[in-house]
Write a protein that binds this ligand. Structure first.
Ligand SMILES: Nc1ncnc2c1ncn2[C@@H]1O[C@H](COP(=O)(O)OP(=O)(O)O)[C@@H](O)[C@H]1O
Ligand SMILES: [Mg+2]
Length: 408
């Protein structure tokens, strides 16, 4: 008997007393849970069960989170969201969640095989993710963990370009309070201060442990689009903590420079906006970002691109977006005021980037000191007195000479 068969047998025993679901095979094992294909003992239907790992049931917050995930999703029915059908507890008090069984592969698995996807496929995937997020956000929920492994590409070829995307894993999603619903609605980090989400796709505000709102998901979607088209997320660093710091401080390389394949400049500009450090400078709603995606798609991806020209003109320059996010009034007194309203929680000044690739861009602007004007003023003073002195001496000499001549 293999390890997996033993696990399935043990789980069967664990589920029998409290549920009609029977495990068939393991699908995935993440940091928090096990994902298993199950069959209903009476109905014969197959589904996917997500169980909290046994050692984590002691952490009340985690058990609670799976229940929250179930409650969030049960009320949402959308073609781009995985459908939740059941929730329960095993005989050992492990919470589980049951969702529809999807056929296909996660976007993460797809990107492991095909490192990059074409811009038109990428835009279609992102459009569907945003369709799903429109519904999620309308319900007052922020997903907080949009990344390739949490998106599923269904095998059914219904959508354009043969993709049908479903958002999975609302394990770290959070509901905004009724009063805080809407774009401005925010919520605090978890009570335990646990950092949630995946560093490569995490928004700067999540990286800082600050309050987040729907715009954090839109930043993650920007990172996702970058990853799909460029083959790597915007910030690749040796350690996760460096990735977090980069989200807060570093300018992403413009997409047009990071891509090997040609892309329209409008796509690079869209990603640039999605990745702004200050939430108020990003797309404000999933609808707004979806409209921008549609606009780029209409512009004709195949007719790309100003990409080479962009590479020549923007090389080694941080993005305008990142610049305005970093600039402090102290070092850039004449910087134009941003055209958006800054959020109260994001008005702090962050230090300039430490990335060695772009240090010179962050030298404080030179103050016009006009030394050329000052120098004659300072150096000219003794000269003028000298001239005055010589004239006076001549005048005095002339007067004395006249007096002496008359007297003589
Ligand atoms: N309903 C489903 N149908 C098919 N595969 C799924 C389903 N849900 C999850 N998976 C697979 O399991 C993986 C992990 O699921 P996820 O819900 O993200 O749990 P985790 O909390 O472990 O990240 C996904 O990346 C996907 O490959
Ligand atoms: Mg996941």
């Amino acid at each position: 008997m293999t390890v997996e068969q033993r696990q399935i047998e043990a789980l069967t025993k664990e589920l029998e007393p409290t549920s009609r679901w029977r495990p068939l095979r393991a699908l995935a094992r993440g940091g928090m849970g096990e994902v298993i294909v199950v069959r209903h003992a009476d109905l014969g239907t197959e589904a996917v069960m997500k169980l909290l790992r046994p050692e984590l049931t002691e952490v009340p917050e985690l058990s609670q989170r799976l229940r929250v995930e179930a409650r969030l999703l049960i009320g949402l029915s959308h073609e781009n969201l995985v459908r939740v059908t059941d929730f329960g507890w095993t005989s050992t008090q492990r919470p589980f969640l049951v969702t529809e069984l999807l056929h296909g592969e996660s976007l993460g698995q797809r990107l492991q095989k095909d490192r990059v996807l074409t811009p038109d496929v990428a835009l279609e995937i992102i459009r569907q993710v945003l369709d799903g997020l429109v519904a999620v956000h309308a319900a007052g929920i922020v997903h907080r963990d949009i990344k390739p492994d949490n998106l599923f590409l269904c095998a059914e070829r219904e959508g354009q370009h043969g993709v049908r995307v479903k958002i999975l894993d609302f394990g770290v999603a959070k509901v905004l309070t009724a009063a805080a619903k809407g774009r401005a609605g925010t919520f605090a980090p978890t009570a335990t201060g646990m950092l949630l989400g995946t560093p490569s796709y995490l928004s700067p505000e999540q990286a800082k442990g600050e309050r987040v709102d729907v715009r954090a998901d839109l930043y993650s979607v920007g990172c996702l689009l970058y990853r799909i088209v460029a083959g790597a997320p915007p910030f690749v660093r040796a350690r996760p903590v460096d990735v977090l710091a980069a989200h807060i401080l570093d300018a992403p390389k413009p997409l047009s420079e990071a891509c090997v394949q040609p892309i329209p400049e409008a796509l690079s500009a869209l990603v640039d906006r999605a990745l702004r450090k200050v939430p108020g400078e990003r797309f404000q709603t999933a609808e707004e970002m979806r409209a921008a995606i549609a606009e780029v798609a209409r512009g004709g991806i195949s007719r790309a691109s100003a990409h080479t020209a962009a590479r020549n003109t923007t090389a080694s320059e941080p993005t305008i977006a990142a610049r305005s996010a970093w600039r402090s009034p102290a070092i850039a007194p004449s910087a134009p005021a941003p055209s958006h309203e800054l959020d109260a929680e994001t008005t702090e000044v962050t230090p300039p980037p430490t990335d060695e690739n772009e240090p010179t861009a962050w030298l404080p602007p030179r103050t016009p000191r006009a030394p050329e004007l000052a120098r004659p003023a300072v150096v000219g003073m003794p000269r003028r007195w000298l001239v005055v002195g010589v004239v006076l001496a001549f005048a005095l000499g002339a007067v004395l000479a006249i007096v002496a001549w008359r007297a003589g």
